[in-house]
Design a protein around this ligand. Structure first.
Ligand SMILES: Nc1ncnc2c1ncn2[C@@H]1O[C@H](COP(=O)(O)OP(=O)(O)OP(=O)(O)O)[C@@H](O)[C@H]1O
Length: 213
C-alpha cells in the first residue's frame, strides 16, 4: 500500500497486464501513479497463469499480521508463531532464567511487640531504652536524663505542670518543674501527646485495644 510520487514514466508498470500492447493513453491514469500498486503487484507475483506460486517465499512474506488484517512487513507475527525459536519449549527450559519465588527475608513487624513493650515498661520488667547504647562521654550525660518515655502514671507526683508554651502536630508542649529529688525546682519542657492520637496515628489497627485504652 502506498502512493507513487514519481513522474509518470514511459516504461510500463509491472502490475499492468502484459497483454496490453499499447502504451497508456493520455487520459488514462499512469501505472506508476496508481494507489495500491504494491498490493496489486503482490497479487500478480504470487500467482501465475498455471495457478502455481512463482515466489516460494511469497507466502511467508505476504503473511497477515495477527494485529492487522492486511499484509504487514513487520516480523512480529513470526515471534508469535509456533515456529519461532523464542517460543519453543527447548529454549524456554534451557536459556531462560528459572522462575524463583523468594520468601520475605523478614516477617513484617507485628503490632503486638509494641503492646508487649509498653506493658513491660509499665510493669517494670524491662528497663526503658535498654537496647540503646550511649556513645563515649555521652554515656555519663545521658545517665542523668530521664528517658522513660511512655505513659507515666506518676507524672503528677514528679512534675508540676505549667502553662502551654507551644503546639505541634501531635500534641502540645507545657512548661513544668520538678517537684522533688536532686532536680527539684528545675524547669523543663514537657510534651504532652494524647494517647488516642498516638494509637490512631501510629497503630491504627489497635487503636481500640482494650489493654492500653
Ligand atoms: N524547651 C522548650 N522551651 C520553650 N518552648 C518550647 C520548648 N520545646 C518546645 N517549645 C515550643 O513548643 C512548640 C511545639 O513544640 P514541639 O516539640 O511539639 O514541636 P514539633 O516538633 O513541631 O511538634 P510535632 O512533633 O508534634 O509536630 C515549639 O514550636 C516551641 O514553640
Amino acid at each position: 500500500m502506498g502512493l507513487c510520487n514519481s513522474k509518470p514514466s514511459t516504461t510500463p508498470c509491472p502490475s499492468s497486464p502484459k497483454s496490453d500492447p499499447e502504451p497508456a493513453k493520455e487520459n488514462s491514469i499512469p501505472a506508476n501513479n496508481c494507489a495500491f500498486s504494491a498490493r496489486d503487484s503482490t497479487k500478480t507475483t504470487s500467482s501465475s497463469a498455471n495457478g502455481e506460486s512463482q515466489n516460494p517465499t511469497g507466502e511467508q512474506n505476504g503473511k497477515k499480521s495477527p494485529f492487522f488484517p492486511f499484509y504487514s512487513p513487520s516480523p512480529a507475527h513470526y515471534l508469535f508463531s509456533k515456529k519461532s525459536p523464542a517460543r519453543s519449549p527447548a529454549n524456554v527450559s534451557s536459556n531462560s532464567t528459572p522462575r524463583r519465588f523468594f520468601r520475605k527475608p523478614f516477617p513484617p513487624p507485628s503490632p503486638a511487640k509494641h503492646i508487649r513493650a509498653a506493658l513491660a515498661r509499665r510493669h517494670g520488667s524491662v528497663k526503658p531504652n535498654e537496647a540503646s547504647i550511649p556513645e563515649g562521654s555521652e554515656a555519663e550525660r545521658v545517665t542523668g536524663l530521664d528517658k522513660s518515655f511512655g505513659f507515666s502514671k506518676h507524672f503528677g507526683s514528679k512534675y508540676e505542670l505549667g502553662d502551654e508554651v507551644g503546639r505541634g502536630h501531635f500534641g502540645y508542649t507545657c512548661a513544668a518543674k520538678f517537684k522533688k529529688g536532686e532536680l527539684k525546682g528545675q524547669q523543663v519542657a514537657v510534651k504532652v501527646i494524647p494517647k488516642a492520637k498516638v494509637f490512631s496515628l501510629f497503630m491504627p489497627n489497635i487503636a481500640r485495644f482494650p489493654i492500653l485504652a
